[in-house]
Design a protein around this ligand. Structure first.
Ligand SMILES: Nc1ncnc2c1ncn2[C@@H]1O[C@H](COP(=O)(O)OP(=O)(O)OP(=O)(O)O)[C@@H](O)[C@H]1O
Ligand SMILES: [Mg+2]
Length: 242
């Protein structure tokens, strides 16, 4: 089950050196709607996401991005329609989903490094040295190695977002669902983050689902845009054609 505070899955038990054997769609939504009292946050969503895809969920504030991400993570159930998620693939190995929430959910009294160290799970890594090697690689690529001693409470929004993303990647997920992970980052830093997603996509078959306001930023990356407008999915396709 997903831990709603950290986005980590307590049943995550695997020594994973590469993608697991699940193939085909990782999410399938058929005519899905989500309503909160009078508000229809998502309207008749028809969507298939394949394993290994990089997806940008775009749309204005209130368009339904967070609701769609929560739906995919299993934190929100549809009011009507049908959704099939990875854990529901009968007879096949489950996929592990890690979430980076809009409010990040880091531990403010602890340092950036301590927040990352909490991700260590001996059932995923051969040993601690392997985990630390991954941690060093990610903190180096994202340029935060010299600020790991800072407490989260003293860190700026950009540093916090990077720590939250690295913490998630250190759990070696099959699917990363990130809600606005670049809202406090400038274009150069957002680009670096995307390079990390690309690296993990190539190395481990990571599926990335990334919500953002910044449609322009997505256009310079390879991936599929899913654009929401007032709860409706109005575009699904390559970023260049939107
Ligand atoms: N738990 C809830 N209760 C009532 N209304 C909700 C709830 N969650 C979302 N909504 C409403 O559903 C609609 C979609 O919200 P959502 O948070 O998914 O949008 P968003 O695209 O993520 O917006 P933002 O870019 O501001 O994060 C909004 O009108 C919002 O007010
Ligand atoms: Mg949102």
């Amino acid at each position: 089950m997903l831990n709603q505070n950290t986005g980590m899955n307590k049943n995550h038990k695997k020594i994973s050196q590469g993608p697991p054997s699940v193939t085909g769609p990782v999410f399938y939504c058929e005519d899905v709607s989500v309503e909160f009292n009078e508000i229809r946050a998502l309207k008749n969503i028809q969507l298939t996401i394949e394993r290994g895809e990089i997806i940008f969920v775009t749309g204005a504030s209130g368009a339904g991005k967070t609701t769609l991400l929560k739906l995919l993570s299993g934190l929100q159930e549809p009011t009507s329609g049908k959704i099939i998620r990875p854990g529901f693939f009968s007879g096949k190995k489950n996929l592990y989903v890690s979430n980076v929430f809009q409010d990040l959910r880091l531990m403010g009294k602890y340092t950036c490094e301590e927040n990352l160290m909490f991700s260590f799970d001996s059932s995923i890594y051969k040993d601690k040295a392997e985990f630390i090697q991954d941690m060093h690689e990610l903190t180096r690529i994202l340029g935060i190695k010299d600020r790991l001693h800072l407490k989260i409470n003293q860190a700026n929004g950009g540093l916090q977002q990077k720590v939250a993303i690295i913490r998630s990647l250190l759990t070696r997920p099959d699917i990363l669902i990130a809600d606005e992970p670049t809202s406090s980052l400038d274009t150069e830093n957002a680009r670096r983050l995307f390079e990390v997603f690309n690296l993990y996509n190539a190395k481990r078959g990571l599926t990335v689902i990334w919500a953002t306001h910044n449609k322009e930023l997505c256009k310079s990356f390879t991936g599929r845009i899913i654009h929401l407008d007032n709860g409706r999915l109005v575009y699904s396709g390559h970023a260049c054609f939107i």
